[in-house]
Write a protein that binds this ligand. Structure first.
Ligand code: SAM
Ligand code: SF4
Length: 471
């Protein structure tokens, strides 16, 4: 049976506090909004009340100031880097009934598929040959009867074992169901990067309405998953909610309560926040008509407010969003994106690629990784495949201690350039290579001399044939 620490509870999600703060910040005056934006520009982060005061903004001038502040903070902390990853769906078996998801157990419209280790190796090979270095393993909450949870561990080891020419996957993250503390320990032993889990909604009543069968009906088991992960030594955690289920003002404040709880209890908050929005999914009416759909303008506000509130936490956006909106959201604070994604098990190797009959949801962005990289580079942003921090043990609190004074950029910038250079040499089309080489040349000119020196030294090692150069 699940192990629970006596101190694990869902009490840190405090509805009364959220309602109080939202009520007190329904009509913030201009002066207060501007004071908050000044504080945010100093990279000091925002408290719950300050974040709440930015939520009702609708005045175009103030909105423009909000977006400009988010852009400034994004540039100050992340520079022009965008980290690239790819999801790898290994199985769409699931024992839960989440009404918004195509993998829900009672859905007869989706074909069930569990990849064998050979198929996982083939999928990995296809991703490596596109140029990927970071993979997010995704699975429904039911594992093949014979192997049970061991299936996931074997899948991760399989992904790490595949090599092709100069390529390999250097970091495997996982988005899988909540585990026991013992299972988290076994997961950590595989060399996992981030454990990612979305609460979907923190609002208890809504949570109960949309999760109607299976273990996922247990709100507290899910909301305390990171406590167990942290105790098991997994200190890189990725949180998120599924936007569209309940009021987003509430969800952001609840996420901030979760962050406050993790910081208080373990001394470190989440490494990343994901901002998925509900997308249409086969066999789900709810996915077609989300109960609290978030508009594009509100989605921009969500990303901007998160960027100002938790400036050092990565913000991840998936292929769920269209290419145009994704470009705008880079400017507002998104720091990681998926590229060339498929949400059906086997989608990278099989003809027809994205097969919606087996997929989790439809994709807003159907471009290949190569196209995404070219478009990102054309925007003047540097695609990064860096896995340096994780490989050097800079995770959890160690990462945040380096990130907060801004020291992390001394590592991130050179690592972004060296991994981008690898990509350009090993995988890029001639057009992308030209765009990329021009970008590298231009950006080197904008760097502080010591960082530039280090970057040039790393670039020349990559150009002379060395791979996996990081600092
Ligand atoms: N089964 C595990 C779980 O539920 O935590 C992990 C995998 S599940 C496929 C990953 C995430 O997909 C869920 O946490 C949910 O937020 C998201 N998701 C489900 N249905 C979706 C939809 N229709 N549109 C966008 N995201 C969806
Ligand atoms: Fe299963 Fe996860 Fe989909 Fe729910 S969201 S049905 S648990 S795969």
């Amino acid at each position: 049976m699940p192990d629970r620490d006596d101190a694990d509870s869902a009490d840190h999600i405090d509805d009364d506090e959220i309602e109080r703060i939202l009520a007190a910040n329904r009509r913030p005056d201009r002066a207060r909004v501007r004071d908050i934006l000044v504080k945010a520009r100093n990279l000091a982060g925002l408290d719950m009340s300050e974040a709440a005061a930015l939520m009702p903004l609708s005045d175009p001038a103030l909105l423009a100031e909000l977006f400009a502040a988010a852009n400034e903070v994004k540039n100050a902390i992340y520079g022009r880097r965008i980290v690239l990853f790819s999801p790898l769906y290994v199985s769409n078996l699931c024992a839960n009934e989440c009404l918004y998801c195509a993998f829900r157990v009672r859905n007869r419209e989706v074909r069930r598929r569990v990849l064998s280790m050979e198929e996982i190796a083939d999928e990995t090979l296809a991703l490596i040959e596109q140029g990927h270095k970071r993979v997010l393993l995704v699975a429904g909450e039911a594992y093949p009867a014979q192997e049970g949870f061991q299936y996931v561990l074997d899948a991760i080891r399989t992904i790490y074992s595949v090599k092709s020419g100069p390529g390999e996957i250097r970091r495997v993250n996982a988005n899988i169901a909540p585990l026991t503390e013992d299972e988290f320990r076994r997961l950590k032993e595989t060399g996992i990067g981030t454990f990612q889990l979305f609460q979907e909604t923190f609002h208890r009543e809504t949570y109960a309405k949309v999760h109607v069968a299976g273990r996922k009906t247990d709100y507290a088991w899910r909301v305390t998953a990171f406590d167990r992960a942290m105790r098991a030594g997994i200190d890189d955690c990725g949180i998120g909610v599924l936007f569209g289920l309940f009021n987003w003002h509430y969800e952001i404040l609840a996420m901030l309560q979760q962050i406050r709880h993790l910081e208080k209890r373990f001394g470190v908050g989440p490494h990343t926040i994901s901002v998925p929005r509900i997308e249409p999914a086969i066999g789900s009416d709810m996915a077609r008509h989300p109960p609290a759909a978030v508009s594009d303008i509100d989605f921009r506000k969500i990303v901007a407010i998160l960027r100002l509130t938790v400036p050092y936490t990565g913000i991840i956006m998936s292929t769920r969003e269209t290419a145009n909106l994704r470009q705008e959201l880079f400017a507002l604070g998104v720091s990681q994106i998926s590229g060339g994604s498929r949400t059906n098990p086997g989608g990278y190797t099989e003809a027809g690629a994205q097969n919606d009959g087996e997929a989790q949801f439809s994709l807003g962005d159907q471009r290949t990784l190569g196209e995404v990289i070219r478009d990102v580079a054309k925007l003047g942003l540097v695609p990064s495949f860096c896995t340096g921090c994780y490989r050097l043990g800079r995770t959890g609190k160690d990462f945040m201690d380096l990130a907060k004074p801004g020291d992390i950029r001394r590592h991130c910038d050179p690592n972004a350039f060296s991994t981008f250079q690898e990509y350009l040499i090993d995988y890029a089309s001639p057009e992308t290579r030209t765009v990329g080489e021009n970008l590298i040349r231009k950006e080197l000119g904008n760097m502080e001399p010591p960082v530039r020196l280090r970057t040039e030294e790393m670039l020349s090692r990559v150009r002379s044939g060395k791979r996996d150069v990081f600092c």
